[in-house]
Structure formats: C-alpha cells, structure tokens
Design a protein around this ligand. Structure first.
Ligand SMILES: [Zn+2]
Length: 416
C-alpha cells in the first residue's frame, strides 16, 4: 500500500479547509467543499439523534464565569480555557468565558422546567461549539483546534433507566462509525478501582457498572465487538463506555464516549418528582455519536485518502461530454442528477484526458463520460474509482444508483 497522505495535505489540495495566520492558528476556515462534507455529517448526526428521541436545543458559546465554577470546569480545566472577559468596570461576577463544554448549559435547560418521573428520559442534542485554549505550537490541521464543533447529547434519566439509555447511546455511536466506515477495535467499560478517587457511594457505582455491563453485552453481541473492562479508567464522576481504536503504532484512542455522570446533577441540584411525590436526583449521560466535526473530517480524509463515499463527496458526479456535439446530452444528465439533489458538475473544457485526470485528482466520486455512441443510446460511460468499476449504463441507471448510494449512505455504489 502506498504511503498515506495526511489530512492537512488532502484538506489543502482538495479545497476542504484553509488556515490563515491572520485568523489565528487552530481556527480553520471551512471552504465550500468542506462545508458540503460538514453539512452531510451534521445531517447524519441529527438523523441518528432524532431516531433516538433526542430533542434539539441551542445554547450560547459564552457563559458567566459562575456557571463554570458551579460545574467544576474552572477548578479542573482552567488551564485549557481562554481567559475570562470583563466588560468595562463591572465586577468579576459578570465576567464571561468561552465554554469548554456544553454540559452546564444543557443542565440548565433541564432545570428550566419542573420534571416528573413520567417524562424521563429527556435527551437534548446540540451541534455545539466549545473551546480549548491550545497553544499555537500544538494546534494542527483539523485534529487539534481551538474551536470544536461537537455532536453532543445529554440524557437525563432515572437511575433505573441508566443502563438502557447507555445502551442506546452506545448503539448509536457504533452505528455512526459503521456508516462512516471508520474502525472501532473494541469497547472499553471504564470503571472505578479500589482507591477513593471516586464521587458517589460504592453501591451507586456497583449498580451503575452492573447496568452498563449488562447493557453493553447485548449491544456488542449484535455489533460483533468485544467489551473489555478497565478498572481505574472511569471519570471520577461515573463509569463510561469508550469506543477504542488502535493505530498501527500501538497508540490507542477513544473516539466516542457514553459517560454516566452522578456529579453535575448534584452540582446543579437537578431533580424530578417521583411516583412517591418526593424529589429525586436524575442521572445525566453525556453521549457522543458522530463526534466532533473537525476530528471526523480529518479521520475520513485519511481513511478514504480524500475519495469519500458518494453521500459525503463534494462532487458526486462529474459529467464530461467528449465533444461539443454531446453538450445537450451532458447538460440534460446534469439537470436530471441535480433534480434528484445529486451534486453534479458539467466539465466541458479541455481535452477529455485532462478532464478525466482532473476529476480523479479532485476525487469526484463518479466520472460520467458521454461520447457520440452514448448520447445516441441515452447512455453514459461511468468510472467509479472507489469501486474499481467502469461500465456503460443507461442514464436512468446512473441516476438511480447515485440516489440509492446517497440515500443509503453506502460506502460504495452498488453496481449490478
Ligand atoms: Zn457533556
């Protein structure tokens, strides 16, 4: 296999994103083709979130300093946060900070109404921006940035629902990686160990870990993945599932997490009214599904070396008439693709060889050539580089196959 090209080079050569020293490092600019990919990923994130019964919410990227004191972020993560902003001569209580996470806002959305046990679980989803004060020396491409756009869901549920909700989150995260074609090597159940570094009672932890273990097993059997228990790897505020990938160099990375949290509901005094008429504490679950737009696009560019599956490709079909005589047939094909919301481009200029080479360089997903013979037969010669396939097919079949691959978010177009 040839050496793989880094996502930064692919991003530049394919016009996905740019950086400009005047804008600041770690603050990439998404170019039009990058915006197409990101919009498709956002649509996927929303489809998966809505399928799981998530409700859309919006919250501001700025919050009062006190919000992040309450959440504990300032105590734990202040080194990774941008300095607070003070407006004029107001006192420090009015200082604003760029948020390092979306959870505190979502906790306040939960707290915005009185909640009953009968309406739980509540699941809030937002494609939200959050910030990391990375130093300019360490930022890089899309993989390490200062503003992160995360597909972020927070579930608020009763303790007896936590296992099922964690399983739902885990299933969605695995499904997202499967659709994207990104690998998952195994799932880690990150648990407490015998030290006293953990918030909450041992009984609370034992119950939550047992619920996760049971829920995880059922999901992973279906997915054909292994669940590996890792004592001591939990966050201090609750156990979690981590989707793990190993790279060729022995490094391991968590690409998605489903995190149980006993801490934020305490800190924000979140409650619901139980069947007994008393106030109870909900469990909060942080779940990532598609992940951050930046990290996923970097991973996709490298995984596919720029030749993204058709549903993600900025140009899904490049249409090349051999000569001017086929312009009407080519234009009619482009119209018919576009009327099916397929991203098609007509490329009439230059020699055919140069245009084919350019379409390959740009990783246009399908290359459709119309010569005299094809035009006469209402056909088109299609080259599908990803599938290693070239065939002359009726125009209608090309349109149908492109629509099928797009709607099914297929890794490859299914040729007969
Ligand atoms: Zn969260």
């Amino acid at each position: 296999m040839n050496a793989t090209i880094d996502h930064r080079d692919l991003g530049r050569d394919l016009g996905i994103f740019a950086t400009d020293p005047l804008a600041g490092s770690g603050l990439p600019l998404w170019l039009p083709d990058g915006a197409v990919i990101r919009a498709e990923l956002q649509r996927l994130a929303k489809d998966l979130a809505h399928r799981d019964g998530c409700l859309d919410v919006y919250s501001p990227v700025l919050g009062k300093r006190a919000l992040f004191e309450r959440s504990g972020h300032l105590a734990k993560f202040s080194d990774d946060m941008f300095p607070a902003m003070r407006l004029g001569e107001q006192d420090a209580d009015d200082e604003l900070v760029l948020r390092p996470a979306n959870c505190p806002h979502h906790a306040l959305i939960y707290a915005a109404a009185s909640r009953s046990y009968r309406e739980l679980p509540l699941r809030f989803n937002e494609l939200a921006a959050m910030f990391r004060a990375e130093r300019s020396g360490v930022v890089s491409g899309l993989s390490r940035v200062r503003q992160i756009h995360l597909d972020d869901t927070h579930v608020f549920c009763r303790p007896d629902q936590a296992g099922e909700e964690a399983a739902r989150g885990l299933r969605a995260a695995i499904e997202a990686q499967r659709i994207l074609g990104l690998p998952v090597d195994y799932v880690r159940l990150s648990m407490r160990d015998d030290s006293d570094a953990w918030l909450g009672s041992p009984e609370q932890w034992r119950g939550a870990e047992a619920a996760l273990r049971e829920a995880g097993r059922a999901v992973l059997e279906d997915a054909g993945l292994q669940l590996i228990e890792a004592p001591g790897e939990a966050a201090f505020y609750g156990p979690k599932f981590d989707l793990q990938v190993r790279d060729g160099r022995g490094h391991e990375e968590s690409i998605a997490t489903v995190q149980l949290d006993f801490n934020l509901p305490e800190r924000f005094d979140l409650t619901y009214h139980g069947a007994d008429g008393e106030r109870h504490r909900p469990v909060m679950i942080h779940r990532g599904t598609v992940g951050s737009m930046e990290r996923v696009v970097a991973a996709l560019l490298e995984r596919y070396q720029g030749r993204l599956p058709l549903w993600l490709a900025p140009v899904q079909v490049a249409v090349l008439p051999v000569s001017e005589a086929q312009d009407p047939a080519a234009r009619s094909l482009v119209d018919s693709l576009r009327s099916n919301a397929i991203r098609a481009e007509l490329r009439p200029d230059d020699s055919l060889g140069a245009r084919v080479a350019e379409a390959r360089r740009r990783r246009d997903h399908l290359i459709a050539v119309i010569g005299e013979r094809e035009a006469a037969a209402d056909a088109v010669q299609v080259t599908d580089v990803a599938a290693g396939h070239r065939e002359t097919v009726p125009v209608k079949m090309l349109v149908d196959k492109a629509v099928e691959a797009r709607d099914g978010r297929l890794h490859l177009v299914r040729w007969p």
